[in-house]
Design a protein around this ligand. Structure first.
Ligand SMILES: Cc1ncc(COP(=O)(O)O)c(C=O)c1O
Length: 441
C-alpha cells in the first residue's frame, strides 16, 4: 500500500522527511476527538434515539475513513490560515491580510502600526462595541467620542472635524450593523492632517462604499468573525487588512515578532524582531489562529455573497412594509455608493410613537421578538469614569447618540428566520406601532 505523503516539517522545524518527525511533540486528532467535535456542533434534539443512531452511523463511517486517512498534523498557522488570507486579499483587493484571533487583535495591530502611543487621541463614535475603545485605553491613549448621525447611528463626519486636536493620531469609523459610514469627508480631513483612518468593519465583511470594499477604504481595516457575525470562524476570529507597506510585517505582528528573515542566534531556529510603525517600533503580541477555524471561515467567505443576498431580501421586505407605517423609520437600504451587509436591521421610531423606542422595545419583547440596540453609548460605562472621563461633558457633546439610543432606535435580527418567523416579526412590529401610535384628535 502506498504511504500517504507526509508534510515533511513545520516551518520552524525544517528537518526534512524525518524518521522521528517534528509533530511527535503533541497529540493528534483521532476518532474520539472528531466525534466529540461533532457532538459539540450537533447536540441531541427532541428525537434523542434517532440522534444516537445517526451518530453511531457517523462513527462507523469515520472508522473507515481514519483507517485509510491520516490525522491533520499542523493545527495552527498552516496552509489553511494562509488560504483564508489569500482569499481575503482577493475578495477585498488589498495587498496584506492577516487572520487573527478576533477583531480586537487585528485592531490592536493596526493601532500599533499607525503608532498610537500614550497620550495620543483616537476618535471613535459614541455608539459602538467596547472593543473599539479598550485597546486605546490599554495603550495609555485617550478615547475621544464623536457624535453619530441619527439616520444610521454611525459616526458623524461633521462632529469628527470638531473633535480633532493636534494630538489626534487615528479616527475609527465603525460601519454599524454593516451600514457604511460616509468615509470621504473623514478621509479628506485625515489626509490633510496626517491622521490615520482605521475602519471598524467588524460588521462589514462584503459591504462596500463608493465601489471599494468596506475595510479597504481607510489605511487599515479589521473584520470580526465572532459567532454572532454574518460569518464565523467557529466562535472567534478576525482579519486585519491594509495596503500600507507596514502590512508586510503582519505575520510578525501576529506571532511574537517571529522572524525567519533575520539570522537566528547561534544554535537556534529563528530570531525575534520588533515591528515597525509610523512612529517608532513596537513589540508583537500572540494572536495566532488555528487551521480548524480557517477551514470553517474559508467556506463561509465563499458563501458570503449568497448570505448577503438572503439578508438583503429580508431587509428589503421589512423596509418596504415599515416605510408605510406611521411612526416607523426603517434604516436606509443599499444604494450605488453605500453597500450594506444587513448584519443588523435598524428600526427607528419618531414622535408619533407614544413612549418612543423604549415602549416599542417592551411591546416587541411581549411578542417574543428579540431586538438588541447596538450599542449603549460607551461613555455610560463606569470604566470611563474610572479612567477620569467627564461623563456629563461627553454626553452634552454627543446629543444625537443620547437621543438615538434612549429615544429612537433598536436593531432586529433578520437572518436564518423561517418565512413564518419573518411574517411574525413583520406583523409584531406593525401591530406594536399601531398600538402605540399617537392618534390625532
Ligand atoms: C462594532 C464592533 N467592533 C468590534 C467588535 C469586536 O469584535 P471581536 O469580538 O471579534 O474582537 C465587535 C464585536 O461584536 C463589534 O460589534
Amino acid at each position: 500500500m502506498k504511504t500517504p505523503s507526509k508534510e515533511s516539517s513545520d516551518f520552524r522545524y525544517n528537518t526534512g522527511d524525518s524518521k522521528v518527525p517534528w509533530d511527535a511533540v503533541a497529540v493528534k486528532p483521532d476518532i474520539g476527538l472528531t466525534m466529540d467535535l461533532l457532538r459539540f456542533l450537533v447536540t441531541a434534539g427532541e428525537d434523542a434515539e434517532s440522534y444516537r443512531c445517526g451518530m453511531e452511523e457517523v462513527e462507523r463511517a469515520l472508522e473507515k475513513v481514519f483507517r485509510v486517512g491520516r490525522p491533520a498534523t499542523k493545527l495552527s498557522l498552516g496552509r489553511n490560515v494562509a488560504g483564508v488570507e489569500d482569499l481575503a486579499r482577493e475578495m477585498l483587493g488589498v495587498k496584506h491580510a492577516s487572520f487573527v484571533v478576533n477583531w480586537t487583535a487585528g485592531y490592536d495591530i493596526a493601532l500599533d502600526m499607525v503608532g498610537v502611543k500614550a497620550d495620543d487621541e483616537v476618535i471613535i463614535p459614541a455608539i459602538t462595541f467596547m472593543a473599539t475603545a479598550s485597546p486605546v485605553l490599554r495603550k495609555g491613549a485617550r478615547v475621544v467620542f464623536s457624535d453619530v448621525q441619527r439616520e444610521t447611528a454611525n459616526m458623524d463626519p461633521e462632529d469628527v472635524l470638531r473633535k480633532i486636536t493636534p494630538r489626534t493620531k487615528a479616527i475609527v469609523p465603525v460601519h454599524l450593523g454593516g451600514y457604511p459610514v460616509d468615509m470621504d469627508p473623514i478621509l479628506e480631513v485625515a489626509k490633510k492632517k496626517g491622521i490615520a483612518v482605521i475602519e471598524d468593519a467588524a460588521h462589514g465583511f462584503g459591504g462596500h462604499y463608493k465601489g471599494k470594499p468596506l475595510g479597504a477604504v481607510g489605511d487599515f481595516g479589521a473584520f470580526s468573525f465572532h459567532e454572532v457575525k454574518n460569518i464565523t470562524s467557529l466562535g472567534e476570529g478576525g482579519i486585519v487588512v491594509t495596503n500600507d507597506p507596514l502590512g508586510e510585517q503582519f505575520a510578525k505582528a501576529r506571532f511574537v515578532g517571529f522572524d525567519l528573515r533575520t539570522p537566528p542566534p547561534e544554535h537556534w531556529l529563528y530570531n525575534i524582531t520588533a515591528n515597525d510603525s509610523r512612529n517608532g517600533i513596537f513589540a508583537a503580541g500572540n494572536f495566532s489562529t488555528t487551521e480548524i477555524q480557517a477551514v470553517a471561515l474559508h467556506r463561509q467567505m465563499r458563501q458570503n455573497a449568497e448570505i448577503l443576498s438572503a439578508r438583503r431580501a429580508v431587509a428589503a421586505r421589512l423596509h418596504d412594509t415599515f416605510s408605510q407605517v406611521e411612526g416607523l423609520i426603517p434604516g436606509p437600504m443599499d444604494s450605488a455608493d453605500f453597500g450594506a451587509t444587513f448584519h443588523l436591521f435598524l428600526l427607528r421610531v419618531d414622535r408619533k410613537i407614544r413612549g418612543g423606542i423604549q415602549a416599542m422595545k417592551a411591546e416587541l419583547a411581549n411578542h417574543g421578538v428579540t431586538q438588541i440596540p447596538h450599542f449603549c453609548p460607551l461613555y455610560h460605562y463606569r470604566i470611563f469614569e474610572q479612567f477620569g472621563y467627564d461623563r456629563e461633558a461627553i454626553r452634552k457633546a454627543c446629543p444625537n447618540a443620547e437621543a438615538a439610543f434612549f429615544e429612537e432606535y433598536t436593531h432586529l435580527p433578520i437572518y436564518g428566520l423561517s418565512p413564518q418567523q419573518v411574517d411574525y416579526l413583520e406583523k409584531a412590529v406593525v401591530e406594536a406601532a399601531k398600538k402605540l401610535a399617537i392618534t390625532k384628535p
